[in-house]
Design a protein around this ligand. Structure first.
Ligand code: HEM
Length: 479
């Protein structure tokens, strides 16, 4: 029951900001009743009955054979309650709460739904918002529940994994508090265990969430297995997809096949988190995915994306960049340490610095300034390399350095940097490494590498410009 409540609590919190009661929560209760009524009702037999005799939904309640109609009505009523109760909660909180409500899918969209003079349009917008939000309860609860179940099974079957993960948590987090997302980078084994759970038992093996659809498919001969996608451009998949994949081609992701790929995951049926430790394929958040709200740049996402820059420099495997990497790493740690000391008041970079300054402290604010100078160096150097395909990397980095970090370093450090650039890797080697597949597969086409790099740089530009402005306006220093 606890796992069930928790699994419903996750989407309710993310989409509505609704925190469930530990016991007897009304929304959890409604969802439980809904699932208990709707799922058994959606059987192939019922579907065939209704398809052949649609009038069954119209017969009076007192007639024998009307149970189908009564079940349908009850399911509909529960679905309406499930849509309305958490939505009204989020709507009321937005209006009545003195505190600024945390940003959730519903609160964010409600503040953005225009106050149409056209009331009919506003009603349509609200209708869409309600339906989209409730779909996250359906999409999020089953997936989270089955992940928890798979995790429990994996841990029971593999006590050595449980011991190692627990030891890591005890060392990093201690025993007097629970872990939170800020601890994630310091818990590599726990992260690897979660990734292995999702690989070992993917909750949506064909991108499919409602297994009942498979049954209906058999009855109605519909191709419902999996969530369909259509290609928005024509494409070629690997070299072995002999036919070009035209625009509009239907594609279903076969997550199960990927998770059982013996070349990538030897002994794929075994539960082995170690396969995700230092596999060089760790998830690096792109700056393009760092949320920027009216409260500012999301701190944790920003720090994760900044760690991606460290990886980029490490890819160059060149001692010339060691001081930059150490500098960026050190400043990431300063900002993260501040975040961990007060996560609720540090949700965005803007809030974190404001809160630190209010305590007359400066460590993270200063660390962040140097972090942004380091990012600005990366940004400007790579922009130069991207805009001139003939320029050598050493020249691009020297120029980037002069326009960013160099302005804040003394002549000794500038001299050291200039010397180090003699060992800078060749342009071709850098781009070849960016395109290479760490698993030994075919390299990515250079047009795609350039496209991705440009997208990443544009997003980085936005982050740097925003914080440069904040630092200037608040008088924290020049980025
Ligand atoms: C372990 C947890 C989860 C897994 C493995 C998972 C997996 C998936 C997959 C495979 C899809 C289909 C993607 C596609 O093919 O387009 C999907 C879609 C979706 N998921 Fe999740 N999900 C999880 C948790 C959640 C949670 C917690 C929420 C809500 C807060 C959520 C909301 C959604 C929604 C709304 C869609 C549909 C998106 C669209 O229309 O494009 N999921 N999920």
């Amino acid at each position: 029951m606890y796992s069930f409540s928790f699994s419903v609590a996750v989407p309710l919190s993310a989409s509505y900001g609704y925190e469930v009661e530990a016991q007897d929560d009304p929304v959890v209760h409604t969802f439980k009743n809904f699932a208990a009524t709707a799922i058994p009702a959606a059987t192939p037999e019922q579907a065939v009955l209704l398809m052949l005799f649609p009038f069954l939904l119209r017969i009076p309640d007192w007639l024998p054979g009307s149970s189908l109609k009564r079940e349908a009505n009850r399911t509909r009523d529960l679905a309406i309650q499930l849509t309305e109760i958490p939505y009204r909660y989020a709507e009321e909180r937005l209006v009545t709460s003195n505190e600024r409500p945390i940003t959730t899918m519903v609160s964010d969209h409600l503040t953005r739904v225009p106050n149409h003079t056209d009331q009919a349009q506003r009603a349509r917008d609200i209708f869409d918002l309600k339906k989209t939000a409730v779909s996250s309860i359906l999409a999020g609860s089953d997936t989270v529940l089955s992940t928890l179940m798979a995790f429990t099974l994996a841990i029971v079957l593999n006590p050595r994994v449980s011991k190692r993960a627990q030891a890591e948590i005890d060392t990093v987090v201690g025993t007097d508090r629970l872990p939170h997302f800020g601890d994630r980078p310091a818990l590599p084994y726990v992260n690897a265990t979660i990734r292995e759970v999702l690989r070992w038992c993917p909750p949506a093996p064909l991108g499919e969430m409602i297994s009942k659809l498979r049954l209906l498919q058999r009855v109605w001969k519909l191709s419902l297995a999996g969530i369909w996608h259509a290609t928005s451009n024509s494409d070629v998949y690997n070299d072995d997809w002999t036919q070009d994949c035209a625009t509009g081609t239907t594609v279903v992701a076969n997550i199960w096949a990927m998770s059982r790929d013996e070349a990538r995951f030897p002994n794929a049926e075994d539960f082995v988190p170690e396969r995700f430790l230092n596999d060089g394929d760790e998830y690096a958040l792109s700056f393009a995915d760092v949320p920027i709200t009216d409260q500012g740049i999301d701190t944790l996402a920003f720090l994760e994306a900044s760690e991606g820059v460290v990886r980029l420099f490490k890819l160059l495997e060149n001692p010339a960049f060691a001081p930059v990497v150490n500098d960026i790493n050190g400043n990431i740690t300063k900002v993260r340490t501040r975040y961990l000391s007060n996560p609720t008041k540090s949700a965005t970079l803007e809030l974190l610095t404001l809160n630190e300054q209010s305590e007359k402290k400066n460590t993270a604010t200063e660390g962040m300034m140097w972090l942004f100078r380091g990012l600005s160096f990366t940004q400007q150097s790579l922009h130069t390399a991207q805009s001139d395909s003939k320029i050598e990397l050493s020249k691009a980095f020297e120029k980037g350095y002069g326009d960013s970090l160099g302005k804040h370093h003394n002549f000794i450090v500038r001299g050291v940097f200039s010397l180090a650039m003699n060992a800078c890797p060749k342009r071709n080697d850098f781009y070849t490494k960016l395109a290479a597949d760490p698993d030994g597969g075919p390299a990515v086409a250079s047009a795609d590498v350039n496209g991705e790099l440009d997208k990443w740089l544009q997003a980085l530009d936005k982050n740097v410009a925003q914080m440069r402005k904040v630092y200037k306006e608040r008088g924290y220093g020049e980025i």
